[in-house]
Design a protein around this ligand. Structure first.
Ligand code: CA
Length: 659
């Protein structure tokens, strides 16, 4: 959400001035799995689905750009709207496009929607032999095992941001290959890039759009930055992240190398996917081949715009449903991808999402699926049919982001001066309890006092992504700088630690934004989707400056991984085994987890948050050993014991336990 990068004055074209609204339900459906190309050295078979076309043409080229076609070939109509042609010479490393004739008019020449390789800027498809794109050892590449979704600790990262800063110590700056390098260090000798992610201990890296998007000129990738939420070719990696965007195979091989490097380090790879809209509307390949079919429209036949980006796709129509499913299956099978984050998932229909989930789980039981359970505008498809947060209980093994805990912790993302629990706003205790229990029903949460949701919305903690920031909106450190501008830097440092403590001890799936573990800043830029590297790059020297914050967050990650009590698997277990302390001073949230019931090495865990600006004291029940005191881990061997009174510093987290 929140990019609105295509808000041009002409966002709502008519699909076609020449046609009446089409009855898409009457269009034939093709169920074969071979749309696009089927390559062998002996022949290449090209197939597209264009049921309203009167003619279709294949254009072959020697290059991915330039105006000299190697030939144009009429395609032959098959059943169910498919057009086909077989070329009986080796087409490897050749480029191709299609155009169709509808009602006596030729469409624009466009790429194959099912294209798997492209030339520079994704303007033409490329014929590659996928077997030749596998890096050495690829057949031995294995995904790390994820037993339960709540075991995941996700680290959201933009490929370019990871390495582009001068001090990253990474050679392939801004490239997929930058994230395959090991032994990279910042000026002070601390690990950066892949080594850093491994050191932090997260289970998954979630990459911002890494499919082929439109906004960055691949022939000059340093000229302009973009997050990449403007899809061009869904089944192809982005060329600006490859060392050679002109050669079809390079970006494929290099993205596989990235996946392989993470897997070797025990980290899963999640792709951020944006099937909810396409960068182009009238002129997109989908729309040129089958006008109107792939998009929802308003009553006047114009593109509807639930995405804020000029169009919204129609996942409920069989051929786009099929496209999404086959696309995600392809990423998992060909690239060994371990999960997907669905951008504006609330645009997609529930039936499609559940079909995708079922099919992906069949081939990869540990696949992780989650998305934004909202839209950026109204959709013509009724709310009840779409994968919104309110409908998460109808979704099969798919989680949604909890904006309740996000804003409960740090304040509203829309009101910049608004504080949250961790920055001292009174009355946020219920929202924090709601987050701790992962939006599952709990008798000790007063839902009338929760910031957004007045009722639990999840039936399982595996349906909830617990987080307090992502690429959208201010990073946490900047948000604290605005909302808590009167606080001292030391206080804000503690607020950041407290905020991330809440995230990493809450039930549900944990999610961190890259660099938050050492106070990443974007210099106050709220929406950095096209800001330069100077704003977006991860400054690895912050790891040196804020070493204390980093070591604390690392300890929290390790705590979470070591303790199944922080990763309870069912709503029943959360209800039964989490008990909040009532009657505490304002700003305190304290709860006990029955670790024994969860098979934890700690029989009981006591988690204490003080979100107020004052030291608070309360009597814990029983005798406890201290693991974290006031945002600092207690060194092994110096474990203190608490019998009667526990003082909690302002903006702090403490974690205690009983064996
Ligand atoms: Ca591109």
């Amino acid at each position: 959400m929140k990019r609105f990068l295509m808000l041009l004055p002409f966002i709502t074209h008519l699909f076609s001035a020449r046609t009446q609204p089409a009855d898409f339900a009457k269009y034939p459906v093709y169920t074969g799995k071979d749309l696009g190309i089927t390559y062998s050295p002996q022949r290449t078979i090209f197939k597209i689905w264009a049921p309203t076309a009167a003619a279709a043409e294949l254009k072959l080229y020697h290059n991915g750009a330039g105006n000299f076609p190697a030939g144009s070939y009429p395609m032959v109509k098959q059943r169910n709207g498919v057009w086909m042609i077989t070329v009986y010479t080796d087409q490897k490393n050749k480029f191709y496009n299609f155009r169709v004739k509808i009602k006596d008019q030729w469409s624009d020449e466009v790429t194959d929607p099912y294209v798997k390789a492209v030339g520079v800027n994704g303007r033409r498809g490329a014929v590659v032999d996928l077997k030749e794109t596998n890096p050495s050892g690829w057949e031995k590449d294995r995904s790390p095992v994820l037993k339960n979704p709540v075991d995941a600790i996700i680290y959201e990262l933009h490929v370019r941001d990871a390495s582009i800063s001068p001090g990253s110590g990474i050679r392939h700056k801004g490239k997929f290959l930058g994230l395959t390098e090991t032994g990279t260090r910042n000026e002070a000798g601390l690990a950066t890039g892949l080594d850093h992610i491994k050191e932090l201990g997260v289970t998954h890296v979630h990459l911002l759009p890494s499919f082929d998007y439109n906004s960055v000129d691949e022939s000059n990738p340093d000229a302009k930055f973009n997050w990449g939420y403007d899809p061009l070719n869904y089944n192809v990696p982005e060329g600006s992240y490859s060392t050679n965007p002109y050669e079809g195979a390079a970006r494929i091989r290099e993205f596989k190398q990235l996946v392989q490097a993470f897997h070797t380090s025990g980290v899963g790879v999640i792709m951020d996917v944006v099937y909810n809209h396409t960068a182009l509307s009238e002129k997109s390949n989908f729309n040129q081949l089958v006008p109107g079919y792939y998009y929802r429209s308003d009553k006047k036949g114009k593109f509807s715009n639930a995405t804020g980006c000029g169009n919204e796709t129609a996942s409920e129509r069989p051929m786009f449903r099929k496209f999404m499913l086959e696309s995600m299956l392809y990423w998992v099978q060909e690239y060994h991808i371990d999960g997907f984050r669905l951008d504006l998932m609330g645009v997609h229909d529930i039936e499609t999402m559940n079909l995708i989930s079922r099919e992906l789980h069949k081939i990869k039981p540990g696949i992780l699926l989650y998305g934004e359970g909202w839209t950026a505008g109204a959709s013509p498809l009724p709310d009840s049919l779409r994968a919104l947060k309110a409908n998460v209980t109808k979704l099969d093994r798919i989680a949604v982001f909890s904006d309740d805990i996000r804003d409960g912790i740090k304040g509203s993302v829309f009101e910049h001066a608004d504080k949250g629990f961790a920055s001292g706003k009174p009355g946020m205790e219920a929202s924090i309890r709601f987050g701790i229990t992962a939006a599952c029903p709990h008798p000790q949460v007063d839902y009338s006092k929760v910031n957004y949701s007045k009722a639990p919305w999840a039936l399982s903690p595996a349906q909830t992504v617990s987080y307090c920031e992502c690429h959208d909106n201010h990073v946490l450190w900047d948000k604290l700088g605005i909302a808590a501008k009167d606080a001292t830097e030391e206080e804000r440092r503690n607020m950041q630690k407290l905020a991330l403590s809440v995230v990493l001890t809450s039930q549900g799936i944990s999610f961190l934004y890259a660099g938050t573990e050492f106070l990443r800043s974007k210099n106050g830029v709220e929406n950095s989707y096209d800001s330069p590297d100077s704003i977006n790059a991860i400054n690895w020297d912050l790891k040196t400056t804020n070493a204390g914050v980093f070591s604390y967050i690392k300890a929290l990650v390790s705590l979470r991984k070591d303790h199944p009590a922080l990763r309870l698997q069912t709503a029943e277990s959360i209800q039964k085994n989490i008990r909040f302390y009532d009657g505490l001073p304002d700003g305190l949230v304290v709860y006990e987890i029955n670790g024994k019931a969860a098979g934890d090495q700690w029989a009981k865990i006591l988690v204490c948050f003080n979100g107020s600006g004052k030291t608070a004291t309360f009597p814990p029940e029983g005798q406890w050993k201290i693991f974290i005191q006031d945002n600092s881990t207690v060194r092994p061997g110096t474990t203190g014991e608490v019998k009667t009174e526990l003082p909690l510093a302002p903006y702090s987290c403490s974690v205690l336990y009983q064996l």
